[in-house]
Design a protein. Structure first.
Length: 66
């Protein structure tokens, strides 16, 4: 319920959509036993260092498990 209340302050429809994507990725990390902070830090660093756009699927939290 807290997440829904926080999402009210997204500012726009697009902001709400972005919030939903980030919240989903973080919850997937938690469900997979991955530390969301570490995953997000690593993923953003890899993107900043030129990770190829066609390889985004391998950065997803569910790809890190297995």
């Amino acid at each position: 319920a807290l997440n829904r209340k926080n999402a009210l302050f997204a500012g726009s429809d697009e902001g709400g959509d972005n919030w939903a994507v980030i919240a989903t990725l973080i919850e997937n990390c938690k469900l997979s036993g991955i530390n969301p902070h570490i995953w997000l830090t690593d993923t953003l660093a890899r993107l900043a260092n030129g990770h190829p756009a066609n390889g985004i699927a391998e950065l997803m939290p569910w790809a890190a498990v297995g």
